[in-house]
Design a protein around this ligand. Structure first.
Ligand SMILES: Nc1ncnc2c1ncn2[C@@H]1O[C@H](COP(=O)(O)OP(=O)(O)OP(=O)(O)O)[C@@H](O)[C@H]1O
Ligand SMILES: Nc1ncnc2c1ncn2[C@@H]1O[C@H](COP(=O)(O)OP(=O)(O)OP(=O)(O)O)[C@@H](O)[C@H]1O
Length: 526
């Protein structure tokens, strides 16, 4: 269905090619998962399938890409759109209509689908993606995860024979992610749709893949059987890491496989390691915080203290109020009632400069904070240490590069470096692991640990259960604007069907959360 013959792509002659003489084929009715480190060229590979690369991105492409019999050199992206549906990394950038229903109908209108069929497909898609109650909402007012579901719906609704999904679950809560991937798998199995998907959170996706395409770097690709390629893939989900640690063969790709392999492991586990950060005094004190959008209450009368020296995770379904709470705490966001004190001072009504050393927020759409022409300039204006931090978080970015041309993960790393360099007392992060590979997440966790140990308080809104397991002391769960759980990480997540990380599911009832924890517990038993 998709053939790459001798495909090379280069954005910039002074750098090595992003894709170097690639041969690749994906069969009809196959789900191929594209994996690799941040900035390695996954989006570039996906973009070449529907002609977006190089038509819209620039760069020089050589070789041949044929999709559903169409050579992408002879057919512009507009014509390829009849065969290929695509969901990009930034759903908002792809929206063309104002409301959810209009967005879903748009693609079919372009293809001239008759209105009765159109209506039926829109209804089916609203149900499939769980967005029926949002049907008449304006796209701009949806939460990040709600927008991502609509974007996926808009790509599915025309039933294209090829679907290209670039990190389709990056903003989805764990439950929604499972539902969306199950829906995609159903299209593959029942309709023979061909799917090529890039996803950093392999724990969510690898068990659905028929084949894996690994980009190890240097522009080459390797493709084939998922379990086989996971043996030495540069990125791997926790169950695979656990399998590598324990020497299991074949490697497990799902929790279910790993549970079987782990039967003999539980008795060998020694002392369960405990986390060791000491909580200090509360540096942020919020009382009665309420956020409303007209009659909709997004955050309801929340009290929250954040202690110095701690990392707290804020979790909860898409639309449960996490971003609204973060902005209200930071002070510039909407707040219908309540007070938020940092170091005894109210955060509302202050300007950016006054807030700088006290409270910082890294937003979900991190690019909003970038406005200069080069990476070097952005780092230079944001104070000492930003450049070094960036190098730690995402090594190898050129100072002269325009932030616009960075990969998603690289751009986020830049914004993080800028905010971290300002060293605010309280750091609020909205979905900071979107688009980050495992190594980058690990470095981010180290950075947050470093900040916490230096007496800062960190609050991270996230759907990334694995990141939470490895980095947070405490977890606060929101549902429909209320706090419904608040406690030490292991207590809140270990027994939760939704928030438990893979290792906790594999080893239950032993309350271990991460592969490094298991390594310690195994060492202790010898
Ligand atoms: N339009 C462009 N112009 C110049 N360089 C680009 C452009 N788009 C991407 N790049 C560079 O090409 C490389 C590959 O980018 P790409 O977006 O394909 O990576 P990725 O693997 O999808 O990364 P991520 O996991 O962060 O999404 C990166 O180093 C990026 O900075
Ligand atoms: N400007 C707005 N106008 C109307 N409703 C809004 C607006 N912004 C957010 N909402 C609604 O408020 C609720 C909370 O949104 P919020 O963005 O805080 O959720 P979230 O927990 O951060 O979601 P996600 O996990 O998807 O990012 C959602 O139902 C959302 O649709």
């Amino acid at each position: 269905m998709i053939e790459f013959n001798g495909v090379s792509l280069r954005y910039d002659d002074s750098r090595p090619p992003e894709l170097a003489d690639i041969d690749l084929s994906v069969d009809e009715g196959e789900l191929a998962l594209v994996v690799g480190r941040t900035g390695v060229g996954k989006s570039t590979l996906l973009g070449a399938i529907n002609g977006l690369v190089p038509h819209f991105t620039g760069g020089r492409l050589s070789g041949r890409v044929v999709v559903g019999g169409l050579d992408t050199r002879d057919h512009p992206p507009r014509e390829l759109a009849e065969v290929v549906g695509r969901v990009g990394q930034d759903p908002v950038a792809g929206f063309v209509a104002d409301t959810v229903e209009e967005e879903l109908a748009y693609g079919m209108e372009q293809l001239g689908v008759v209105s009765a069929t159109m209506r039926k497909r829109v209804e089916e898609t609203l149900d499939l993606l769980g967005v029926a109650e949002l049907r008449s909402r304006s796209l701009a007012t949806l939460s990040g995860g709600q927008q991502q579901r609509v974007a996926i719906g808009a790509a599915l609704v025309t039933a294209p024979s090829v679907l290209v999904l670039d990190e389709p679950t990056s903003a989805l809560d764990p439950g929604a992610s499972e539902e969306v991937l199950a829906a995609v798998t159903r299209l593959v199995h029942d309709l023979g749709t061909t799917v090529v998907m890039a996803e950093h959170r392999l724990e969510r996706a690898v068990q659905y893949a028929d084949s894996v395409i690994v980009l190890p770097g240097d522009g080459v690709v390797r493709s084939g059987d998922p379990a086989q390629l996971m043996i030495d893939s540069p990125v791997a989900p926790p169950v695979v890491e656990l399998g590598r640690l324990c020497g299991w063969s074949p490697l497990p790709l799902s929790v279910r496989d790993a549970r079987r392999a782990a039967r003999d492991l539980r008795p060998r586990l020694g002392e369960v390691p405990t986390r060791r950060r000491e909580a200090g005094e509360a540096v942020l004190r919020a009382r009665g915080v309420t956020v409303t959008y007209r009659e909709r209450v997004a955050v309801r009368d929340i009290d929250l203290d954040l202690a110095a020296g701690t990392v707290t995770a804020l979790m909860g379904r898409n639309g449960s109020g996490k971003s609204s709470l973060l902005w209200a705490l930071q002070g510039s966001g909407r707040r219908a009632a309540g007070s938020v004190l940092v170091g005894g001072k109210e955060t509302a009504g202050r300007d950016t400069a006054q807030r700088a050393g006290s409270v910082g927020l890294v937003p979900q759409t991190a690019a909003d904070l970038l406005y200069l022409e080069t990476v070097g300039e952005e780092c230079a204006v944001s104070g000492p240490g930003a450049r070094e931090l960036l190098e730690r978080l995402a090594p190898g970015i050129d100072d002269a590069q325009n932030p616009r041309d960075l990969s998603e993960g690289q751009r986020l790393s830049l914004v993080l470096a800028i905010q971290l360099a300002a060293g605010p007392k309280v750091l609020l992060l909205d979905e900071p692991t979107r688009g980050l590979d495992y190594a980058a997440k690990h470095r981010l966790a180290e950075q947050l640990d470093h900040l916490a140990r230096a007496g800062h308080a960190v609050l991270v809104a996230t759907h990334d259960v694995e990141f939470v397991a490895g980095s947070a002391d405490r977890v606060v769960v929101l549902a429909d604007g209320d706090v419904i759980a608040d406690g030490p990480t292991a207590d809140v997540v270990a027994s939760s069907p939704i928030f438990a990380p893979q290792v906790a599911k594999v080893l239950a009832p032993v309350p271990l959360l991460t592969v490094p924890d298991v390594a310690v517990a195994l060492g202790g038993s010898r």
